[in-house]
Structure formats: structure tokens, C-alpha cells
Design a protein around this ligand. Structure first.
Ligand SMILES: Cc1cc2nc3c(=O)[nH]c(=O)nc-3n(C[C@H](O)[C@H](O)[C@H](O)COP(=O)(O)OP(=O)(O)OC[C@H]3O[C@@H](n4cnc5c(N)ncnc54)[C@H](O)[C@@H]3O)c2cc1C
Length: 475
């Protein structure tokens, strides 16, 4: 019996050590372990392998990507992309270099934010924008649309990038920077303009803890005024919030601090967004702050205390999304549950929320103030001429059941066109081509597309996100 126990102990110890080694490997900085020349050579080899797959693609079937981390797209019934030919980029997941003096990092697109934060924190630095879910990747953050509570200062993660390496559909490797249209258009292109193979982005100094203060407001006017005030004063490191109901608005403003009287974690029984309704203040270790919503932003499963006690430790966002994708045949094609987020000029927030409270009546909402640092090239020019605000807010709805036979997604698309807002494309999209290109910039998009994917092997943005993802068309 003792021998069996000892063997079992050894096996568990070996497995845990293996897991720890793998985790540490993912968090290592390649130029530090093998030197800058070998790191560059290893990266070049991986890029050539991806480029070769593209050059050898002859079947005419559309291509999408196979990466190691789970995709943070709303899982959709009948998504044609499941049947696409895959280009395997799962090896592109190394942190190539951290320069602590220049405060920049160079990394491959498959690096997840949880690994990135662990690696850069060793230098006392973190990315300027860390999306709230652990396994969002840096490539996905640029190609999709990732934001977080530092966005009120800097915009999206893509706004903190200074250079991309892109492999185009013909396998050519292109380096581009902020002055190039390709660089500006790759954000939100959902893999339709090329494959990001290397990103260079800025870092910022961090401290060990984050202190969060919760400001509670009873009216939208007070809430909006508080957001604008912090934005104008730039007086906190982080700002986001939860709109619990039309009578309870919470603004969570936070700062890095060196010391903390305690440190809370929200990765098991306690639910972060619920805590914001009750607390005046909180302290978290910095990585726990960044990933405080990893168990679900406002749509946390399991919901019951006993369910959370038994299961929540093992059910992060990755596991939930992977399970939904595996069981995709169970997903509803008609009236799918609503998970979406919208960008709105802050001046339109009252009109939007008045309408939303009448038509949707679904709370809580996650609210992320967002500074728009430029007139983005990927947005149709008319949008910014109608809504010149520099401060926008991202409002996210998670898990609303649609009522009756109304299509609430379509309703939202219509309202946003009216108000000059933008819906991100990760959710169910019902736009017609005309409606779509009223918001996205057709001219700039196809100018780049003609150069990087003239034979349309990645599909175009409209077809990929509004047709193929929705199960419309041929695979
Ligand atoms: C349930 C849910 C919750 C979310 N919560 C948050 C949140 O809290 N904070 C936040 O900021 N965002 C959130 N998002 C949005 C998320 O940031 C974006 O969907 C982001 O694009 C996901 O990145 P990913 O690494 O999972 O990429 P994926 O989902 O795998 O990919 C996104 C798109 O980018 C393309 N792509 C991926 N890698 C590359 C590459 N190397 N080159 C070219 N194209 C590429 C893919 O083909 C795909 O079209 C959420 C999304 C969902 C579905």
C-alpha cells in the first residue's frame, strides 16, 4: 500500500513539475535563454514554415488559422470556418525580446496575455493594455478587438503597437509601422489581410498590487460626468465600471501600489463583478487585477455558491469557450443568446442607454471608457465626422436571452448606425453589405486587400464575419 502511495505521489509530482516546466517555458524570453541571434533564427524558421503552407495552398478553399489558445469569438451554430483549410500557426508563441530600457517587447502572435504579464513583470513592466481574459493572444487582440481599463488613456492594444511583421496570402513577409496603411488596417481585420507573425509593442512600469476604489452613482448624468472628469484629469491608472441597473452605476478606478493590507482573488467562489456592487475599495495582486473577469465578465458560470465551490476553480474563460466550441451542435441558430459589445461616443451614452433600458432591459453591463487616439483608417470617415468625440465607451452585454421573435442583434446594429456607434465583430452579425460598409472603411480595406490577398484566400472581412461565421454561403 505504501509503495502504491509513493508511486502515485511520484507520478503526481512528476506531472506537476512537467506542467510547471511547460508554463515556465511559455513565460521565458527567448533572446535571454538562447541569445538574440539564435532567437531571431528560430523565429525566421517558424515564419518560413507558415509562409510555405500559404505558398502550397492550392485547393481554392478558404483558409483560417489554427492556433494553440482557444479563440475568443462568440461560438456560433453552423460557423463555416470550422470546415476551412487551416494554416497552422501554433508554433508562433514565443516572447522574443524584452527591452527594459526602451520599455518594448517583441513577441509572436500566439503569446497569451497571462504568459506575457508573467514574463514582463519580472522586469517590473506590463503591456499598456491587458485584456481581461487570460488566454486572449496578442495576435488576436490586434486582429480582433481587445480593450481594457487602461484604454481610457491609450485606446486599444493595437494603439500600443509600433511594428508588425505580416505574412501575406502568397507567403511574402512584410514589416510595417504606423505610417503604413497595412499596419493601420490590420486591426480588426480578423485574419483577412494576412497573418501577424511578430508584434513590437510598448510596456509600462507596474507595481506589485492594484488598489481599486468603487465610486457608486445613482444617475447616468453623475456617472458620465465622473468618467469625463477622470479622463480629463488622467488621474488614475485604470478605469472601467459595471452598470448594475439604471439606478446603480459603479465606476472602478484603480492605481498600482507597492503595498496592500490584503489581496483578494476572484478565481473561485467570489465573483468579481458582484463584488463591485458592495465594496468601496479592494486590493488585488497585479495579475489577479488584470484577469479579475476571467471567470466571465458578468455572465459567470456556475451561478450557485455550491456549484462555484465544486467547479469554478476549473472553469475559466478558456475552458468555457472550448466546451462551447466542442459542443457547437448544441448552439442555437435562431435567436442566439446575446454576447456583444458596442463602442459609442460618450456624448451618445444618454440617448443610447435610454433606448437600451426600454428595448433590451438587460443588466449588468460592463463599461470601459476608451480614448480614440486617431481617426482610425478602418472606420468609414463619415462615422468620425458625425461623432468627433475623442472619448468613447465600450459597453458589453453578456448572456441576454432574446425575447419574442425580435432580432435584438439587428435592432442593435440599426441603432448604432443611427447614433454613429460601432459593434465589434466577434458576435452574431446580420448586416447587409451596404449597411456594413457604412461603418467599416471599404476603400482602405480593399486597397490593402488587393496587395496582401489578391486571390481572396482569407475571405473578405464582410464575408468572413457576417456570412461564413453565420453559416451562410459555401465552405
Ligand atoms: C465571451 C467573450 C468575452 C470577451 N471578453 C473580453 C474582455 O474581457 N476584454 C477584451 O478586451 N476582449 C474581450 N473579448 C474580445 C476579444 O478580445 C477578441 O475577440 C480577441 O480578438 C480575441 O483574441 P484571441 O486571441 O482569442 O483571437 P481569436 O479569437 O482566435 O481570433 C480573433 C480573430 O483574429 C484572427 N487572428 C488570430 N490570430 C491572428 C494572427 N496571428 N494573424 C492574423 N489574424 C489573427 C482570427 O482569425 C480571428 O478572426 C471577448 C470575447 C468573447 C467571445
Amino acid at each position: 500500500m505504501r509503495t502504491i502511495a509513493a508511486l502515485a505521489g511520484l507520478a503526481v509530482g512528476y506531472a506537476l513539475a512537467g506542467q510547471r516546466r511547460r508554463r515556465e517555458g511559455r513565460r521565458a524570453v527567448l533572446s535571454k535563454t538562447v541569445g538574440p541571434h539564435l532567437a531571431a533564427a528560430i523565429h525566421r524558421r517558424k515564419v518560413q514554415q507558415v509562409a510555405r503552407q500559404l505558398r502550397e495552398h492550392k485547393s481554392g478553399r478558404p483558409i483560417s488559422l489554427r492556433k494553440r489558445a482557444v479563440a475568443h469569438q462568440v461560438p456560433k451554430a453552423g460557423d463555416l470556418r470550422r470546415r476551412d483549410e487551416k494554416v497552422d500557426i501554433s508554433d508562433l508563441n514565443a516572447i522574443l525580446h524584452v527591452d527594459p530600457l526602451k520599455q518594448v517587447c517583441v513577441a509572436e502572435p500566439g503569446v497569451t496575455f497571462v504568459d506575457l504579464v508573467a514574463a514582463t513583470l519580472r522586469y517590473g513592466l506590463v503591456p499598456l493594455v491587458v485584456p481581461e481574459l487570460k488566454t486572449i493572444t496578442i495576435g488576436g487582440a490586434v486582429s480582433g478587438c481587445s480593450i481594457e481599463s487602461m484604454s481610457y488613456k491609450v485606446g486599444g492594444f493595437h494603439d500600443t503597437c509600433v511594428e508588425y511583421e505580416v505574412i501575406d496570402a502568397k507567403g511574402r513577409v512584410i514589416t510595417c509601422g504606423p505610417d503604413d496603411l497595412l499596419f493601420q488596417m490590420i486591426h480588426g481585420s480578423f485574419g483577412t489581410l494576412g497573418i501577424l507573425s511578430k508584434l513590437t509593442f510598448r510596456l509600462t512600469p507596474a507595481k506589485r498590487f492594484v488598489r481599486v476604489k468603487y465610486e457608486h452613482y445613482r444617475t447616468l448624468e453623475e456617472y458620465r460626468a465622473a468618467i469625463v472628469d477622470h479622463y480629463q484629469r488622467q488621474d488614475v491608472d485604470f478605469m472601467d465600471g459595471i452598470i448594475h441597473s439604471p439606478r446603480h452605476y459603479v465606476l472602478s478606478v484603480a492605481d498600482f501600489v507597492d503595498e496592500a493590507p490584503y489581496a483578494n482573488r476572484y478565481d473561485w467562489v467570489k465573483v468579481y463583478y458582484q463584488s463591485t456592487a458592495r465594496r468601496a475599495e479592494d486590493y488585488l495582486e497585479t495579475p489577479d487585477y488584470f484577469f479579475r473577469y476571467d471567470r466571465g465578465v458578468t455572465n459567470v458560470h456556475p451561478k450557485s455558491a455550491i456549484g462555484r465551490l465544486l467547479l469554478a476553480k476549473f472553469l475559466g474563460s478558456s475552458q468555457a469557450l472550448r466546451a462551447a466550441e466542442k459542443l457547437n451542435w448544441l448552439l442555437k441558430k435562431e435567436q442566439p443568446t446575446i454576447i456583444l459589445d458596442v463602442f459609442l461616443p460618450i456624448s451618445k451614452m444618454p440617448e443610447f442607454l435610454e433606448w437600451y433600458g426600454r428595448e433590451f432591459r438587460h443588466f449588468p453591463l460592463w463599461c470601459v471608457p476608451y480614448r480614440r487616439p486617431r481617426d482610425y483608417e478602418w472606420v468609414a470617415p463619415d462615422v468620425f465626422s458625425r461623432s468627433p468625440d475623442a472619448l468613447w465607451v465600450d459597453l458589453a452585454i453578456y448572456g441576454m436571452k432574446q425575447r419574442g421573435d425580435r432580432n435584438y442583434h439587428k435592432l442593435m446594429e440599426q441603432k448604432l448606425r443611427e447614433l454613429g456607434g460601432i459593434k465589434t465583430l466577434i458576435s452574431h452579425n446580420y448586416y447587409t453589405p451596404d449597411e456594413f460598409w457604412q461603418t467599416w472603411n471599404r476603400e482602405n480595406y480593399f486597397e490593402v486587400k488587393a496587395l496582401t490577398d489578391p486571390d481572396n484566400v482569407f475571405r473578405d472581412l464582410y464575408t468572413k464575419t457576417c456570412k461564413a461565421a453565420m453559416g451562410v454561403g459555401s465552405a
